[in-house]
Design a binder for this molecule. Structure first.
Ligand SMILES: *Cc1c(COP(=O)(O)O)cnc(C)c1O
Length: 473
């Protein structure tokens, strides 16, 4: 299994190389040269597997055995997906919310250490990094940008690990109180929090700029853990397979997924699962008011927006107006035409948009890839959280509510609709309380965390300043 760049001008790489390097040398994103397939016989055999063994089976399709041997991969997945870390033996349990909408389910992806779905991939990534760095006798400076949840998931996965330092950029004042406390209260010496005066996209642009400085990147051994990291995407494919198997008893059945989306990382994994042969009917892409992705899927125009047009919303982990992972999907949409993708992203990188509305590829998109997109607003979020609570007695978080809201109109009789729960309500307690009057209770441990001193430096959006902070450590 080899990886190629969406822009066609990087040497091919192995899984472990892609894992540590992030972006291709040409600024593109790395993707498998050909997508592996999942056969019906495999799907049937996988029905009986525990989550960690399913993860091993799926990931084995993306990792050559002469790159990481199968026994090592099995040990790393077994250590990552445990009841201790994820709270239940099922790891991502499915629950029906028929009383809210017939056929609607919620798949819990947020029972890991930081209460958001980012843990699903990051727990494995931390172990993969430690393994890789150990056998290369190397160290890695992980540089990341977060809208809130990636950062804490990365920090909790990497804290105290040998050979890894984490430098995490976050948008100052744009995260919930719980998110801030969760990240900035970590006291581990290998964790560095940097709050940037700006929005998530400013943070992401700094990461890209540092990663594109090949000399600095090599000298300081910079790696990334953003959703552009292929290791994360591959680990996320697993829960789509699990969700499908949990909602069905035969491979003749189909399911749909509803995915709260910002950077297009989560739903990209669903797209790849579908391309690999998992019987997925529709992939529902839900955005919040920052609806650049919904706009594309409904119009064929991709119009990333500058930071001043990026709203601060009550589903802040999706306050993204330039979706890093989207380039991978466009590469598939245009049948691996790297030159065309490179030309489109020359426009995007200049702050411009592109319009593919008249192409046959865009016209055939919905039929070929099953993606349907919609937007949810603060009012929808509140109404959905309230109604789900009234009808089922359970609480959902704001991002999950965006998915549930958009999906509700798209449920087809006989096809389970699985909304991915990307965070727990306690992480976005302010809005959950606004919707229901209920303050999601904190555990004693979470209560103590909220009172800890914060360890963070605040800077203006300045690439050189970030390089200096990395060089000084
Ligand atoms: C990261 C995140 C999202 C968006 O996922 P993408 O992969 O960026 O599309 C949605 N909800 C929550 C809670 C998140 O943390």
């Amino acid at each position: 299994m080899k990886y190629i760049s969406t822009r066609g001008k990087s040497p091919v790489q192995s899984f472990s190389q892609v894992l540590l390097s992030g972006l291709g040398e040409d600024g593109g994103l790395m993707l498998p040269q050909t997508l592996p397939k999942i056969t019906a016989a495999e799907l049937s055999a996988w029905r009986a597997l525990p989550y960690h063994a399913l993860a091993h089976a799926v990931l084995s399709k993306f990792v050559a055995t002469d790159d990481i041997d199968s026994a090592t991969l099995a040990a790393l997945t077994a250590a990552s997906y445990t009841q201790e870390i994820f709270g239940t033996a099922e790891i991502t349990p499915l629950r029906a919310i028929d009383a809210y909408a017939s056929g609607m389910h919620i798949q819990a992806l947020s029972n890991g250490p930081t209460l958001a779905f980012k843990d699903m991939a990051m727990q494995l990534l931390g172990r993969l990094f430690e393994f890789e760095l150990g056998r290369r006798n190397a160290t890695l400076n992980v540089l990341g940008a977060t809208s809130g949840d990636t950062g804490s998931a990365a920090e909790y996965a990497m804290r105290g690990r040998k050979g890894v330092n984490v430098f995490m950029l976050s948008p100052a004042g744009r995260m919930s109180a719980f998110q801030r406390a969760q990240m900035y209260s970590l006291q581990d010496a290998n964790i560095h929090n940097i709050a940037v005066d700006g929005v998530f996209d400013d943070c992401q642009d700094i990461v890209k700029a540092v990663s594109n400085d090949l000399e600095f990147k090599r000298e300081h051994n910079i790696g990334t853990v953003n959703s552009i990291n292929w290791g994360r995407i591959s680990a996320q494919i697993v829960y789509y397979v699990r969700g499908y198997l949990a909602a069905t008893t035969s491979n003749a059945q189909k399911v749909s997924f509803a995915v709260p989306s910002g950077n297009f990382g989560n739903i990209l994994a669903g797209h790849i699962a579908r391309e690999m042969g998992v019987p997925i009917d529709t992939l529902v892409l839900a955005t919040n008011e920052n609806n650049v992705l919904a706009e594309f899927f409904n119009s064929g125009v991709y119009r990333p927006r500058p930071s001043k047009e990026t709203f601060a919303t009550s589903s802040p982990s999706m306050d993204i107006s330039k979706a890093s992972n989207f380039e991978r999907f466009v590469f598939h949409l245009f049948n691996a035409d790297a030159e065309r993708v490179a030309a489109m992203w020359r426009e995007v990188d200049q702050g411009r948009s592109f319009d593919v509305s008249l192409t046959p590829e865009f016209k055939g998109l919905r039929e070929r890839f099953g993606i349907v997109a919609g937007t949810s607003t603060h009012a929808h979020r509140l109404a959905t959280i309230r109604e789900v609570h009234e009808k089922t007695g359970g609480l959902i978080d704001t991002h999950t509510a965006d998915a549930v809201h958009v999906a509700r109109a798209l449920v087809k009789p006989g096809t389970p609709m699985i909304a991915l729960e990307t965070a727990l309500p306690v992480k976005f307690a302010e809005t959950v309380k606004e919707a229901t009057g209920i303050d999601p209770p904190l555990t004693a441990e979470q209560h103590a965390m909220m009172a800890l001193p914060l360890r963070v430096v605040q800077i203006s959006p300045d690439v050189e300043r970030v390089k200096a902070i990395i060089a000084n450590h």
